[in-house]
Design a protein around this ligand. Structure first.
Ligand code: AMP
Length: 367
């Protein structure tokens, strides 16, 4: 991992007021650029040539300048990183940013200051470490995991390590079904996680944690905000009911459920669940401080299912801005209730940068 003091040395050279927000043009970049503009910060979009017109199509969210790359991994090259340093860029990582550059490469090669704590990357990308964080340390309710397929005793979802958009996931009721399906797919058990399929309604809970802020839901140090909630549209699982076919009929027709995210819709959760929603967010943050100091910084998301008993079971954490926040480029019901004025997640990030600059605490929010 690049030592923090190296990143801070670069940050120290940035000229106080001329800081720019930069990211790769994908995922939630439009919202990040628009939010930075609303907070008076200039923006740099790193892009391949073919995407420029898409970003120009949205003038309020178009970055002030583009840096064109042939391949996103070029961001890791020293000449590109030095260019970003000369422009005083603070990078905002999003899902595609991490996917394009690679979590390991970011940890070991990227020395440009980036919002957040890069130590979180290994904690969220490894399912065993994620469980240690969320279940063992934070005490959140999570789906059961069956380490041995013979133990499967309820409807379970089988996930592959590093599967993009849930591709290849399948559901089984018992170990026989598991072995049959695994064989059909030629999959090795080592690369799979067998998880209880939680029956209920999915909610993707967006939070922002600030250790330098002074309003919100109190954590061990700093404050937590609920910035929004979305539900993902996943193809084809979300529309399978329209076929009106049974599971067997679908199997015969060669139709398998898939979980590829194609879009998002906004939603709110019943108000009586808010205490639980805030508590699980706080526990996630507090546990992160103990496990990988200084812990979570900035935006993150808990992916959860709310059961009919109103229990919230968390099956995943994303430790950065999630694409579901794009539903709220101006404000969400929750940011409105916190700020009483427009505030997107992208803008909240820029606000944090501005606040940290003012307080001389930029080094506390980048890693
Ligand atoms: P993941 O790759 O863990 O984000 O999962 C992809 C999708 O699979 C989720 O967005 C959910 O629709 C579904 N899913 C994952 N885990 C579970 C679970 N334990 N119970 C119910 N649905 C799940």
């Amino acid at each position: 991992m690049i030592p923090l003091h190296i990143i801070h040395e670069h940050l120290n050279k940035y000229k106080g007021t001329d800081i720019k927000i930069g990211t790769i043009c994908s995922h939630s970049a439009l919202q990040i650029f628009a939010g930075a503009r609303e907070e008076g910060l200039r923006t740099v979009g790193i892009t391949t040539r073919d995407r420029i017109d898409t970003y120009k199509a949205f003038p309020h969210a178009c970055p002030d300048e583009f840096i064109i790359v042939d391949n996103y991994k070029d961001v890791l090259k020293a000449d590109m990183q030095n260019k970003l340093l000369l422009k005083n860029v603070i990078l905002v990582p999003h899902g595609s940013f991490v996917e394009y550059l690679g979590a390991k490469n970011i940890e070991e090669m990227l020395y440009v200051p980036m919002i957040g704590n890069r130590a979180v990357l290994e904690w969220e990308s490894d399912r065993k470490m994620e469980r240690k964080w969320l279940s063992d340390k934070a005490g959140l309710l999570m789906p059961k995991v069956f380490n041995n397929p013979k133990d499967i005793n309820c409807l379970s979802i089988v996930k592959f390590d590093g599967a993009k958009g849930g591709s290849g996931y399948f559901k089984v009721m018992n170990s026989k079904q598991f072995y049959d399906e695994a064989k059909k797919r030629g999959a090795t058990i080592e690369r799979m996680t067998i998880q209880e399929y939680v029956v209920g309604v999915r909610y993707y809970l967006h939070y922002f944690y600030s250790q330098i802020g002074d309003t919100g839901y109190k954590c061990k140090k700093g404050y937590l905000e609920l910035t929004g909630i979305d539900r993902r549209d996943e193809s084809n699982i979300d529309e399978l009911h329209r076929l009106g076919m049974t599971r067997d009929e679908m199997a015969k027709a060669g139709i398998n459920a898939t979980y590829t995210v194609t879009g998002n819709t906004g939603c709110v959760i019943r108000e009586s669940l808010l205490p639980q929603v805030l508590e699980i967010g706080r526990k996630t943050v507090d546990a992160s401080m103990d496990l990988f100091s200084p812990g979570m910084i900035g935006p993150f998301c808990l992916e959860a299912v709310v059961t009919a008993n109103l229990e919230i079971k968390v099956f995943e954490v994303s430790a950065r801005i999630v694409a579901g926040t794009n539903v709220y480029p101006k404000e969400s019901p929750y940011t409105y209730l916190s700020y009483g004025k427009p505030m997107s997640c992208g803008r909240r990030i820029a606000l944090e940068v501005r606040g940290a600059m003012k307080k001389g605490k930029l080094h506390e929010i980048v890693g």
